[in-house]
Structures are given as structure tokens and as C-alpha cells.
Design a protein around this ligand. Sequence first.
Ligand SMILES: C[S@@+](CC[C@H](N)C(=O)[O-])C[C@H]1O[C@@H](n2cnc3c(N)ncnc32)[C@H](O)[C@@H]1O
Length: 436
Amino acid sequence: MAQTGVRTLETLTPPGESLSALAVLEGVLEEAAPLSPKHRAGLRGDIRALWEELTSEREHRSSDYLSTPPALSAYLRYFLPWNLFRLSSIFSNADFCLPDNGVVIDIGSGPLTVPIALWMSRPELREVPLTFYCLDRVERVLEAGKNVFETLCMRVSGRLPPWKIEIRKESFGASLPERAHLLTAANVFNEFFWKEKGSLGERALETAHTLMSYLRENGSLFIMEPGDPRSASLISALRAALLAEGAAPLGPCPHSLSCPMPGVFRHLLPPEETRQVKGDPNVAPSRFVLPPVAMPKKRDKFPWCHFGLPTTKAPAWLTALSDEAGLPKEKVTLSFLWAARGSMVRPSVGMPESSARPSERERRARAGRGILVRVVSDPFTVQDGSTGQYACSSLGYTMLKRTRGQEPFDSGTLLEITTSPLARNDEKSGAIVLPS
Ligand SMILES: C[S@@+](CC[C@H](N)C(=O)[O-])C[C@H]1O[C@@H](n2cnc3c(N)ncnc32)[C@H](O)[C@@H]1O
């Protein structure tokens, strides 16, 4: 959008390649995972039942719930394509590259959703020799996914990419022969994270520690979860924990200071306990406390960082199936995090200035002298009649303010803004106000 003082750097939207692959996915599924007449008749009900199971905060879901034929068919035909839509929207713009013979580790891979989304949305990777370790505690879903993946590649491009796909029936934490250039985990942490003992911060530190053990020096990491308050709080906690472990956020966060939309997450460890972390008296407490930013007005739960993407570009077969299952979708929601090991060291944690390496995005923004801003909410009308949209920036919780009638920004858009914030924060929300 060409506006004075506003430059669009990224949008969350699926690329054409993904949309054409999604359009033929229905036929691919028919070929790779055909339904028996009985399962075809029950498909809509099975989708609905699995949706209820997955969206409940139930602690007692069986660990191999995807191993039954009805659940597997429902996952392949409904959840897989919508997750491909979500992932493609993020991957199309993402700032990562994989070298020849690069290693990708996908945790809780299910039907290989992440590898399929990478193939769909990043056609340049179809020529790169890569090794994928796809981990899941259910083998059957991995095998079904491999079949879908190969059938899709053949149908769309007539050949398989030079990718070695190793499927492994393993749980998160299992050891692997190599470390990853890219580590991914989509829709998986919400399945077991909350069952563990300890505070949210402590569990996040433990999870981040395990994640880092899979990642090679300078490797990057991607996590996506459904955009609900609980999962977004988990991601905010993981973000802080990964920073403490030496991996800085690259996206959607436009900065690596405190998260101004952390949901119920408050701190990694209660301040008085920070010195006893892992029994090391020399651990600097500052490692666990991020530099503050402007926060939303005080309340029990802060807003949670999530995005709502319109489904207007989704294939007609998928929207029709969703309607028939009683799950019509105008938007898909998601929360996500990119981070990279060694991508940035915060100067505020006592590192010498010379070793502080700003992330690629921060470098870009500094070059342009603007503030990086990630649009989060839909537009709303402010009391004075102008249009507001909540956003995140290095200033903290931010409200973009525009004159009525100007086109709103899409949720998830990354902007560079060169206008100055108003002297007073928004009274209702506490947000910094940035004319845009
Ligand atoms: C909701 S599915 C997500 C699948 C795929 N990543 C996607 O986004 O479509 C969650 C998957 O994680 C697997 N899973 C759950 N807990 C796991 C664990 N601790 N280790 C490995 N896999 C796990 C489940 O078996 C399931 O296949």
C-alpha cells in the first residue's frame, strides 16, 4: 500500500502455487487415501467429532487419536488442507533459506503437513536436496501423509523433489542423528504442553531447551498453533524462553523486547527465583526478564497475539465440505513464531555492543529509519470517528490510526512506518497511537 510514511513489507496470504495445489488436493486424497463407502457416508460427522475433540481443552485425549480410520480420514480431508492454507500463508513470505543437503525436523508431523506446505508454497525448494525427519507418535498418519505428498507431487509437477523423507514413530525429545537447519512444529504443543507439571514459564523453558537441542548453530525454528488464547499464551512464553536460550524472534514479532500481547503469560520465573535456575548461581537474572514495552491497560488477561486470515481464496471443495460438516469458515486463525539461533543478541543482557547482531528485519527497518509494525486486529471505529487497528511494534502495544474511509490493513501485515507516535496513549486500551 503506497501511503506517505507507510510501507508494506509482508502480508500473510497463500501464494498462487499453493492455491493451485490445494485445488487438486481433493482428487489427490481420493487417490492416495480412498474412503470406504462406510467412511464416506460418515465423513461429515467424523470431521465434526474430531473438531470437537481437538478444540476442547480436554486433558484426556488418547495419545494415538489419529490412528483410527474415521479420525484419520477426517484429519486428511479437513484439518490437513486448512493447515496447508494457514502454513502456506506464512511460508510464502518467510525469511528463511535452506542450503543444499539441508536438514528439516518436523515435530508432531501428522500427515506431513509442514513438508507438504513447504513444497506447495516455496517452489524453489523443489530443486534443493533436503532431508526431512518427520516425527510423530502415530505411524499410520505419517505413512498416510507420505502417500499424499508423493501423489500430490506427481500430479502437480510430474516428479518427486530430491527430498529424503524419514518418518519416525517417536515423541518430542527423541534423539535424531542430525541437528536441523530448520525445526518446525505445527499444532502440536497444545496437545501435550498443558499436561506437564510446573508453571507456564518453567514448562516453556524446558520445551525451549529441548527445541534448541534439535537445532544447529544459526538454524531457525518455526512454531504454529491455533489462534486461541491458551495456545497464544504458550507461544508468548516459548518466545521469551527461546530468547533466554539464545534464539531471537524473527516473526511475527517486529522486535525482541517484551511481548505486549502475552495472553495469560507473565514471566518465565518469579523474579526471586531467577538466581537458582538450574542450580547455577551465576545465571544472570536479566536473561529471564525482557526489556519492557508499553503494555495494554492492566487486566487479568492481556490480549493474545493471533491473526485472522480471510478464506476467500480457499478452494471451493474445501469450503463446501466445511459448510456440510457444519463448520463454515470465514477466517482461519493462527498464532506463530519464527526464531533463529544466534540471529540476534540483545544488547540489554550485558553483551558487548559489538556482538549484538540485529535481526534481518531490524536491519531493514533501521536502514529505512522506520518503526516496524505488525498489524494484529481487524479495523474498528475510534471515538473520534477515525479507524483504529491494534498492532505490535518495538514501542509496545500500538494502535494504528487512520482517517475514516482509508483501506484497512489485513491482519498479519508487516509495515514500516515513519510517522511519529502521538504524545498521549489511547485512553481506553493504553496503546501507543501511531498515525498511519
Ligand atoms: C493436530 S496434529 C498436527 C499435525 C500437523 N503438524 C499439522 O499441523 O497438521 C498433532 C500431531 O502431533 C502428534 N503428537 C502429539 N503429541 C506428540 C508428541 N509428544 N510427540 C510427537 N508427536 C506428537 C499427534 O499424534 C498428531 O499427529
